[in-house]
Ligand binder design. Structure first.
Ligand SMILES: Nc1ncnc2c1ncn2[C@@H]1O[C@H](COP(=O)(O)OP(=O)(O)OP(=O)(O)O)[C@@H](O)[C@H]1O
Ligand SMILES: [Mg+2]
Length: 292
Protein backbone atom coordinates (compact mmCIF):
# COMPACT_ATOMS: atom_id res chain seq x y z
CA UNK A 1 0.00 0.00 0.00
CA UNK A 2 1.37 3.38 -1.00
CA UNK A 3 2.43 5.50 1.98
CA UNK A 4 0.75 8.83 2.45
CA UNK A 5 3.38 11.53 2.08
CA UNK A 6 3.88 13.58 5.24
CA UNK A 7 4.13 16.73 3.22
CA UNK A 8 2.94 18.03 -0.06
CA UNK A 9 4.92 20.02 -2.52
CA UNK A 10 2.97 23.05 -3.44
CA UNK A 11 3.63 24.36 -6.83
CA UNK A 12 4.57 27.98 -6.89
CA UNK A 13 1.85 29.75 -8.89
CA UNK A 14 3.14 30.85 -12.19
CA UNK A 15 4.15 34.43 -12.45
CA UNK A 16 4.68 34.83 -8.71
CA UNK A 17 8.17 36.20 -8.19
CA UNK A 18 10.69 34.27 -6.12
CA UNK A 19 11.32 35.69 -2.71
CA UNK A 20 14.22 38.04 -2.92
CA UNK A 21 17.21 36.87 -0.93
CA UNK A 22 18.14 39.44 1.67
CA UNK A 23 21.04 41.47 0.39
CA UNK A 24 24.38 40.32 1.75
CA UNK A 25 25.47 42.53 4.62
CA UNK A 26 27.62 45.27 3.34
CA UNK A 27 31.22 44.52 4.25
CA UNK A 28 32.69 47.18 6.46
CA UNK A 29 35.71 48.67 4.83
CA UNK A 30 38.66 49.37 7.06
CA UNK A 31 41.34 51.66 5.82
CA UNK A 32 44.71 49.98 5.42
CA UNK A 33 46.02 52.53 7.90
CA UNK A 34 43.61 51.39 10.60
CA UNK A 35 44.48 47.74 9.99
CA UNK A 36 48.16 48.54 10.15
CA UNK A 37 47.68 50.53 13.35
CA UNK A 38 45.85 47.65 15.02
CA UNK A 39 48.42 45.13 13.87
CA UNK A 40 51.27 47.21 15.29
CA UNK A 41 49.42 47.87 18.54
CA UNK A 42 48.78 44.15 19.11
CA UNK A 43 52.19 42.91 17.97
CA UNK A 44 55.03 45.18 19.12
CA UNK A 45 57.66 42.83 17.64
CA UNK A 46 56.08 43.19 14.19
CA UNK A 47 56.02 46.96 14.63
CA UNK A 48 59.74 46.93 15.41
CA UNK A 49 60.79 44.64 12.59
CA UNK A 50 58.68 46.40 9.96
CA UNK A 51 59.87 49.85 10.95
CA UNK A 52 63.49 49.35 11.94
CA UNK A 53 66.44 47.66 10.41
CA UNK A 54 66.77 45.12 13.22
CA UNK A 55 66.14 41.41 13.63
CA UNK A 56 65.04 40.83 17.19
CA UNK A 57 66.35 37.94 19.24
CA UNK A 58 63.56 35.57 20.27
CA UNK A 59 63.76 36.70 23.92
CA UNK A 60 63.51 40.33 22.79
CA UNK A 61 60.28 39.47 20.97
CA UNK A 62 58.99 37.78 24.10
CA UNK A 63 59.90 40.81 26.22
CA UNK A 64 58.10 43.14 23.81
CA UNK A 65 54.96 41.03 23.47
CA UNK A 66 54.32 39.80 26.99
CA UNK A 67 50.96 40.72 28.45
CA UNK A 68 52.34 40.44 31.97
CA UNK A 69 52.33 43.55 34.11
CA UNK A 70 55.65 42.57 35.70
CA UNK A 71 58.62 41.82 33.50
CA UNK A 72 62.00 40.84 34.93
CA UNK A 73 65.04 40.65 32.66
CA UNK A 74 68.15 39.10 34.19
CA UNK A 75 70.69 39.49 31.40
CA UNK A 76 74.33 39.20 30.51
CA UNK A 77 76.22 42.39 29.78
CA UNK A 78 75.58 43.62 26.22
CA UNK A 79 72.73 41.18 25.65
CA UNK A 80 70.54 43.93 24.18
CA UNK A 81 68.33 44.69 27.17
CA UNK A 82 68.44 48.50 27.01
CA UNK A 83 67.73 48.37 23.28
CA UNK A 84 64.62 46.25 23.70
CA UNK A 85 63.16 48.25 26.58
CA UNK A 86 63.75 51.50 24.71
CA UNK A 87 61.60 50.11 21.92
CA UNK A 88 59.06 48.86 24.46
CA UNK A 89 58.86 52.34 26.01
CA UNK A 90 58.32 53.95 22.63
CA UNK A 91 55.73 51.41 21.51
CA UNK A 92 53.80 51.83 24.75
CA UNK A 93 53.78 55.62 24.45
CA UNK A 94 52.74 55.65 20.80
CA UNK A 95 50.01 53.02 21.01
CA UNK A 96 48.55 53.90 24.43
CA UNK A 97 47.19 57.45 24.37
CA UNK A 98 47.88 59.48 27.54
CA UNK A 99 50.51 56.98 28.68
CA UNK A 100 53.14 58.04 31.17
CA UNK A 101 56.40 56.12 30.78
CA UNK A 102 59.06 56.65 33.42
CA UNK A 103 62.51 55.33 32.57
CA UNK A 104 64.86 55.24 35.55
CA UNK A 105 68.57 54.47 35.19
CA UNK A 106 71.24 54.18 37.84
CA UNK A 107 73.12 57.38 36.94
CA UNK A 108 72.28 60.62 35.24
CA UNK A 109 74.62 59.83 32.33
CA UNK A 110 72.92 56.47 31.85
CA UNK A 111 69.48 58.11 32.02
CA UNK A 112 70.49 60.50 29.22
CA UNK A 113 71.97 57.64 27.23
CA UNK A 114 68.86 55.44 27.48
CA UNK A 115 66.66 58.40 26.71
CA UNK A 116 68.72 59.21 23.62
CA UNK A 117 68.10 55.65 22.41
CA UNK A 118 64.35 56.18 22.76
CA UNK A 119 64.41 59.62 21.14
CA UNK A 120 66.57 58.40 18.24
CA UNK A 121 64.20 55.47 17.67
CA UNK A 122 61.29 57.90 17.57
CA UNK A 123 62.96 60.27 15.13
CA UNK A 124 64.05 57.36 12.91
CA UNK A 125 60.47 56.18 12.75
CA UNK A 126 59.20 59.07 10.61
CA UNK A 127 55.69 58.14 11.69
CA UNK A 128 52.82 59.78 9.95
CA UNK A 129 50.67 59.14 13.03
CA UNK A 130 52.50 60.93 15.79
CA UNK A 131 54.52 64.01 16.38
CA UNK A 132 56.44 65.16 19.39
CA UNK A 133 55.24 68.38 20.98
CA UNK A 134 57.93 68.68 23.63
CA UNK A 135 61.33 67.15 22.97
CA UNK A 136 64.12 67.65 25.52
CA UNK A 137 67.03 65.53 26.78
CA UNK A 138 64.81 64.06 29.52
CA UNK A 139 61.30 64.17 28.14
CA UNK A 140 59.25 63.64 24.99
CA UNK A 141 55.59 64.59 24.90
CA UNK A 142 53.60 63.29 21.94
CA UNK A 143 50.51 64.65 20.29
CA UNK A 144 48.50 61.68 21.64
CA UNK A 145 49.20 63.15 25.11
CA UNK A 146 51.64 60.38 26.03
CA UNK A 147 54.91 61.20 27.73
CA UNK A 148 58.23 59.47 28.19
CA UNK A 149 60.41 60.82 30.98
CA UNK A 150 63.93 59.73 31.95
CA UNK A 151 65.36 60.10 35.46
CA UNK A 152 68.34 58.95 37.49
CA UNK A 153 67.68 56.51 40.32
CA UNK A 154 70.37 58.09 42.49
CA UNK A 155 68.16 60.92 43.73
CA UNK A 156 65.00 59.41 45.21
CA UNK A 157 63.49 62.81 45.93
CA UNK A 158 63.66 63.83 42.27
CA UNK A 159 61.40 60.87 41.48
CA UNK A 160 58.51 61.97 43.64
CA UNK A 161 55.45 63.64 42.21
CA UNK A 162 54.57 61.49 39.22
CA UNK A 163 51.17 59.88 39.27
CA UNK A 164 49.39 57.68 36.78
CA UNK A 165 52.57 55.99 35.59
CA UNK A 166 51.48 53.37 33.05
CA UNK A 167 54.94 51.93 32.40
CA UNK A 168 57.86 52.04 34.81
CA UNK A 169 61.23 50.86 33.49
CA UNK A 170 64.25 50.53 35.78
CA UNK A 171 67.46 49.95 33.83
CA UNK A 172 70.46 48.44 35.66
CA UNK A 173 68.01 47.86 38.51
CA UNK A 174 70.63 46.04 40.63
CA UNK A 175 72.49 49.36 40.95
CA UNK A 176 69.49 51.61 41.60
CA UNK A 177 68.95 52.70 45.21
CA UNK A 178 66.47 50.72 47.27
CA UNK A 179 65.00 54.02 48.45
CA UNK A 180 64.25 55.03 44.85
CA UNK A 181 62.29 51.83 44.30
CA UNK A 182 60.31 52.56 47.47
CA UNK A 183 59.39 55.95 46.01
CA UNK A 184 58.55 54.54 42.57
CA UNK A 185 56.56 51.42 43.41
CA UNK A 186 53.41 53.13 44.78
CA UNK A 187 53.07 55.08 41.50
CA UNK A 188 51.73 51.91 39.89
CA UNK A 189 49.24 51.11 42.62
CA UNK A 190 46.38 53.19 41.27
CA UNK A 191 47.23 53.19 37.56
CA UNK A 192 47.74 49.37 37.57
CA UNK A 193 50.69 50.12 35.36
CA UNK A 194 53.40 47.80 34.17
CA UNK A 195 56.88 47.52 35.70
CA UNK A 196 59.99 46.30 33.91
CA UNK A 197 63.17 45.60 35.90
CA UNK A 198 66.25 44.86 33.84
CA UNK A 199 69.80 44.32 34.95
CA UNK A 200 72.90 42.25 35.15
CA UNK A 201 73.05 40.85 38.72
CA UNK A 202 75.07 42.64 41.39
CA UNK A 203 75.09 40.56 44.53
CA UNK A 204 72.41 38.96 46.65
CA UNK A 205 70.82 42.16 47.82
CA UNK A 206 68.33 44.84 46.82
CA UNK A 207 64.98 44.86 45.09
CA UNK A 208 66.26 43.32 41.85
CA UNK A 209 67.49 40.27 43.77
CA UNK A 210 64.24 40.14 45.77
CA UNK A 211 62.26 40.11 42.53
CA UNK A 212 64.50 37.34 41.19
CA UNK A 213 63.88 35.31 44.33
CA UNK A 214 60.13 35.83 43.98
CA UNK A 215 60.18 34.79 40.34
CA UNK A 216 62.66 31.99 40.65
CA UNK A 217 63.13 30.43 44.04
CA UNK A 218 59.75 31.20 45.60
CA UNK A 219 58.18 29.92 42.39
CA UNK A 220 55.71 32.76 42.24
CA UNK A 221 53.96 33.43 38.98
CA UNK A 222 53.92 37.16 39.47
CA UNK A 223 56.92 38.01 37.26
CA UNK A 224 57.43 37.17 33.61
CA UNK A 225 61.05 36.18 34.07
CA UNK A 226 63.64 36.02 31.28
CA UNK A 227 67.24 35.00 31.86
CA UNK A 228 69.63 35.73 29.00
CA UNK A 229 73.13 34.35 29.34
CA UNK A 230 75.97 35.45 27.06
CA UNK A 231 75.67 32.16 25.14
CA UNK A 232 72.08 33.10 24.23
CA UNK A 233 73.20 36.32 22.55
CA UNK A 234 74.28 35.85 18.93
CA UNK A 235 76.39 39.02 19.05
CA UNK A 236 78.70 37.84 21.83
CA UNK A 237 81.35 35.52 20.42
CA UNK A 238 82.97 32.55 22.19
CA UNK A 239 86.39 34.14 21.58
CA UNK A 240 85.34 37.25 23.44
CA UNK A 241 83.96 35.17 26.32
CA UNK A 242 87.16 33.16 26.58
CA UNK A 243 89.26 36.30 26.80
CA UNK A 244 86.93 37.73 29.47
CA UNK A 245 87.16 34.48 31.44
CA UNK A 246 90.95 34.68 31.45
CA UNK A 247 90.97 38.31 32.43
CA UNK A 248 88.47 38.23 35.32
CA UNK A 249 87.97 36.33 38.58
CA UNK A 250 85.38 33.55 38.20
CA UNK A 251 82.74 35.35 40.24
CA UNK A 252 82.98 38.47 38.07
CA UNK A 253 82.75 36.42 34.88
CA UNK A 254 79.72 34.46 36.12
CA UNK A 255 77.99 37.59 37.33
CA UNK A 256 78.59 39.67 34.22
CA UNK A 257 77.91 37.01 31.59
CA UNK A 258 76.00 34.14 33.21
CA UNK A 259 73.29 35.89 35.27
CA UNK A 260 74.57 34.58 38.62
CA UNK A 261 73.83 36.38 41.89
CA UNK A 262 76.99 36.10 43.98
CA UNK A 263 76.76 36.55 47.73
CA UNK A 264 78.52 39.75 48.72
CA UNK A 265 80.96 38.35 51.25
CA UNK A 266 82.32 35.83 48.82
CA UNK A 267 83.02 38.65 46.38
CA UNK A 268 85.47 40.14 48.83
CA UNK A 269 86.87 36.92 50.33
CA UNK A 270 86.37 34.26 47.67
CA UNK A 271 88.13 31.60 49.79
CA UNK A 272 86.76 32.54 53.18
CA UNK A 273 85.01 29.16 53.60
CA UNK A 274 88.33 27.30 53.14
CA UNK A 275 89.91 29.45 55.84
CA UNK A 276 87.37 28.30 58.42
CA UNK A 277 87.65 24.65 57.49
CA UNK A 278 91.42 24.68 58.03
CA UNK A 279 91.23 26.45 61.41
CA UNK A 280 92.36 24.26 64.35
CA UNK A 281 89.42 23.73 66.72
CA UNK A 282 91.34 23.94 70.02
CA UNK A 283 92.95 27.34 69.39
CA UNK A 284 91.40 30.76 69.75
CA UNK A 285 91.69 32.91 66.69
CA UNK A 286 90.88 36.52 66.08
CA UNK A 287 90.81 38.50 62.87
CA UNK A 288 91.69 42.14 62.38
CA UNK A 289 90.25 43.43 59.16
CA UNK A 290 91.56 46.61 57.65
CA UNK A 291 89.31 47.46 54.73
CA UNK A 292 90.97 50.77 53.88
N1 LIG B 1 68.49 42.41 18.04
C1 LIG B 1 69.62 43.11 17.85
N2 LIG B 1 70.23 43.07 16.64
C2 LIG B 1 71.38 43.75 16.42
N3 LIG B 1 72.00 44.50 17.37
C3 LIG B 1 71.44 44.56 18.59
C4 LIG B 1 70.22 43.88 18.90
N4 LIG B 1 69.92 44.14 20.20
C5 LIG B 1 70.90 44.94 20.66
N5 LIG B 1 71.81 45.20 19.71
C6 LIG B 1 73.06 45.98 19.83
O1 LIG B 1 73.85 45.37 20.84
C7 LIG B 1 74.58 46.35 21.58
C8 LIG B 1 74.24 46.19 23.06
O2 LIG B 1 72.88 46.49 23.25
P1 LIG B 1 72.35 47.14 24.60
O3 LIG B 1 73.09 48.38 24.93
O4 LIG B 1 70.89 47.24 24.47
O5 LIG B 1 72.75 45.99 25.61
P2 LIG B 1 72.67 45.99 27.19
O6 LIG B 1 72.34 44.61 27.57
O7 LIG B 1 71.81 47.08 27.68
O8 LIG B 1 74.21 46.30 27.53
P3 LIG B 1 74.86 46.79 28.91
O9 LIG B 1 75.03 45.58 29.73
O10 LIG B 1 76.18 47.39 28.52
O11 LIG B 1 73.92 47.80 29.53
C9 LIG B 1 74.14 47.68 21.04
O12 LIG B 1 75.12 48.10 20.08
C10 LIG B 1 72.83 47.41 20.33
O13 LIG B 1 72.58 48.29 19.26
MG1 LIG C 1 72.16 48.69 29.03
Amino acid sequence: MAKTPKYTLKKRPRGRPRKEKPAAKEKKEYSTDAVRYLKYKMAPDVWVEENYDITLDSWQKEALNTQSNRLLLNCSRQAGKSTVVSLLALHHALFTPKALVLVVSHTDIQAKETFKKIADSFHDLKTEWYKSEVDTVYEIRFNNKSRIIARTGQQPDSLRGYSGVTLLIIDEAASVLEESYMVLKPMLAVSKGKVVLLSTPKGKRGFFYDAYKDAHENNRESWHYLEIKADDCPRITQEYLLSEKERNPDWVFEQEYYCVFISNVSNIFPNVADLFIEMPLDDHWSFDLDLD
